[in-house]
Design a protein around this ligand. Structure first.
Ligand code: FMN
Length: 327
């Protein structure tokens, strides 16, 4: 796949996830072989006003660069102005526009998936951004707003006509949020209808899902969100599967090692308090499915400092070693 003039070491990407895909987790996914990582969505308005929080969300490490930055908003000129700021930033290779977010607070402002109900405004946004941005511009959206408004194929064509360099499509409507099954058929239809690259998204949790998604839709790339939570190895496994190898699953020891390393890096970067709080969900995802994981999660969730969390995890490792033998 080539997005404008860009090529990647592979076409399996980490999707944007607000509150999850921070600088540390993105670096971990990249080190596991992910082809490109997206930042969490950031507000075009906040970017214009120079919000400190937003600046923080846009910090990019050497390990993960160059990344795709995702912005949301609905004022074409404000969004173009926001994107202009990235023109000389070598750590950013793509500007991605969020037209799929289903959250009520976003939709009520006319942003995110609300733009699928207003393809004219959505096109205007892409045209203005293309005028201002020297980076390739991509759009991420859904199957439609609800079952009575399934317009992803026409929407993709409109985005292509407005100048988008690629589209990423999540096969659910806004109304479905994350419920039901992602419709991959709509991704196949979009791929058949446009000439720009199409990145398929929705319900890729294993390397087998990745193979199926590509086979069923002929999409050019894949973007994974929930399947990477606590499982950055999914990128390694998919890479192995696509190159004809037998994918190697992480051992529980590897899971605990990466989890501990994730906490250590987060503590260094965000400080003790924030890291311990924010890492709770990641730790729960890393150990999900392992023996006694719920008890361990409950213990960790009441800890306030990382030394205790490490201690719980090391004791847990010893317990697992006794049960399974050292892997
Ligand atoms: C916690 C969470 C946060 C998300 N935040 C964003 C976001 O900031 N921008 C965006 O375009 N999509 C966001 N998404 C949607 C995902 O990028 C993706 O489209 C969706 O989860 C479907 O893919 P999956 O089945 O691989 O999870 C988010 C999803 C989750 C679960």
């Amino acid at each position: 796949m080539k997005i404008a003039n860009l090529e990647f070491k592979n076409n399996v990407f980490l999707a944007p996830m607000a509150g999850v895909t921070d600088i540390i987790f993105r670096g971990i996914c990249k080190s596991m072989g992910c082809g490109l990582v997206y930042t969490e969505m950031v507000s075009a308005k906040a970017l214009q006003y120079g919000s400190k929080n937003t600046e923080e969300l846009l910090k990019i490490s050497k390990k993960e660069a160059p990344v795709a930055v995702q912005i949301f908003g609905s004022d074409p000129l404000a969004m173009a102005k926001a994107c202009e700021q990235f023109n000389n930033d070598e750590k950013i290779c793509i500007v991605d526009i969020n037209m799929g977010c289903p959250a009520p607070k976003i939709v009520k402002n006319g942003d995110g998936s609300a733009l699928m109900k207003n393809p004219k405004l959505a096109s205007e946004i892409i045209k203005e951004i293309k005028r201002a941005s020297s980076k390739p511009v991509t759009v991420k959206f859904r199957k439609g707003f609800d079952e009575d408004n399934i317009n992803a194929v026409d929407f993709a064509k409109a985005m292509e006509a407005a100048g988008a360099d690629a589209v990423a499509v999540h096969g659910r409507t806004r109304k479905q949020m994350y419920e039901g099954k992602a419709d991959w058929e709509i991704i196949r239809q979009i791929k058949a209808a446009v000439s720009i690259p199409v990145i398929g998204n929705g319900d890729v949790f294993t390397f087998e899902d990745a193979i199926n998604l590509v086979e069923k839709t002929n999409c050019d790339g894949i973007i994974i969100a929930r399947g990477a939570q606590g499982n950055p190895w999914i990128f390694r496994e998919i890479g192995e599967a696509f190159s004809g190898k037998n994918p190697v699953k992480p051992t529980y020891n590897e899971k605990i090692d990466v989890c501990i390393n994730h906490i250590q890096e987060a503590v260094k970067y965000f400080g003790e308090e924030k890291a311990v709080r924010e890492l709770r969900k990641h730790i729960a995802w890393y150990i999900k499915g392992l023996r006694n994981a719920t008890d361990i999660k409950n213990k960790i969730n009441v800890q306030k400092n990382s030394v205790e969390v490490f201690d719980i995890l090391e004791k847990y490792r010893n317990e697992l070693n006794k049960v399974y033998g050292i892997e």
